[in-house]
Design a protein around this ligand. Structure first.
Ligand code: SF4
Length: 355
């Protein structure tokens, strides 16, 4: 079905999706039930930032932890950056946490704690991109904005059998979503589409038999639902080497803070070799000592590369360090250090190995 031949069908699709949402909306801690008062923009913004590249299941407990600890955007603005980074640990894509705090400070200082309503103004906030601006405008303020996340992308690509490969196909998918987005209730509509994409029009084995738009779905008619959206050919991920340094004295582990910019910036972490400072990842240890090296103890995958990690260990009761940037952290409390997943994996490996 061509998107430009749509109007009457668009209305039907839109109505079916809206009606389905009334009885089937997922209950999520940042949402208001369908048709009720608009949710708190702080909650919508926080959840949307957390949900970027992260699943709803993983986000729920973080959202609850953040809103318990920082109930308003002003509370978050006043928080210590290290506390925010530590509370974010495990969610990944840490630039989001840094931007989160930056944005909270901006809203608090420059806008008296009030979020702007218009998509164009939301776009000017630190860390708020096109998707997040549209989602906040529609969900928190009821503006007519066109919201396309990964779930909606899949649903719409199938509905209209859009076969232009991503990322080029994104413009067509957005135009199709624009065509079916109603003038009123764009927030509920977007959330309804997200829910159908997440629970019915799933990547594998979509449940077309219970889909509210099955009779309008071009991919269903063609019997090739899983061919959409058309993805570009996968590139092999490069593999890099890194070495982490485990420096332990009297039941305490030496931790530092990663440089503010770059990957995992500002996060507490074990000292390391900058992830392949040498071509094989064998950087110079931060202090002289009797180092014992364990090769390739864990692997970790980032978006654009994978990392094979060695752990160099130096344990001595009398280690002296002279850097103010480091902190000795009790190994018994290491779970509270807020280490990113890569470092947590290495710590777990070492503690297991000692048993
Ligand atoms: Fe997705 Fe199937 Fe519904 Fe089409 S009919 S939108 S493929 S669940």
């Amino acid at each position: 079905m061509a998107v430009d031949s749509l109007p009457a069908t668009a209305r039907k699709i839109s109505a079916n999706i809206g009606a389905h949402y009334v009885d089937n909306a997922r209950k999520l801690p940042w949402r208001s039930p369908p048709g009720s008062n608009l949710p708190d923009p702080y909650h919508v913004w926080l959840s949307e930032v957390m949900l970027q590249q992260t699943t709803v299941g993983a986000v729920k407990s973080y959202f609850e932890k953040f809103t318990r600890r920082w109930p308003t955007v002003q509370d978050l603005a006043r928080a210590d950056e290290a506390d925010v980074m530590a509370a974010w640990a495990g969610l990944g894509y840490y630039a989001r946490a840094r931007n989160l705090r930056k944005c909270a400070v901006h809203i608090s200082d420059k806008r008296e704690g009030i979020f702007p309503q218009k998509e164009s103004e939301l776009l000017e906030l630190p860390g708020v991109g096109a998707y997040t601006a549209a989602a906040i405008a529609a969900i928190a303020f009821g503006e007519r904005a066109v919201v396309v996340d990964a779930n909606i992308e899949r649903l719409v690509a199938r509905l209209f059998a859009i076969d232009t490969p991503l990322p080029k196909g994104k413009a067509e998918i957005r135009a199709a979503m624009d065509a079916i987005t109603p003038r009123h209730g764009a927030g509920d509509f977007a959330q309804a589409c997200m829910d159908i994409g997440a629970t019915i029009c799933t990547s594998k084995n979509p449940k077309c038999d219970i889909c509210p738009v099955q009779q309008h779905c071009a991919a269903f008619a063609g019997g090739n639902m899983e061919d959409y959206p058309v993805k570009p050919p996968k590139k092999a991920k490069p593999v890099r080497k890194a070495r982490l340094f485990w420096i332990e004295r009297q039941g305490q582990l030496l931790l530092g803070t990663r440089p503010p910019n770059g990957m995992l910036g500002g996060m507490r972490a074990l000292p390391d070799d900058e992830w392949a400072a040498g071509i094989d990842g064998h950087g110079k240890p931060p202090i002289a000592g009797q180092w014992q090296v364990h090769d390739n103890i864990v692997q970790h995958s980032f978006t654009h590369f994978s990392l094979e990690v060695d752990l160099a260990v130096y344990q001595d009761e009398k280690i002296v360090t002279n850097s103010d940037d480091n902190i000795w952290w009790a190994l018994d409390d290491i779970a509270e250090a807020g280490l990113p997943t890569l470092y947590t994996k290495a710590v777990r490996w070492k503690l297991k190995e000692e048993k």
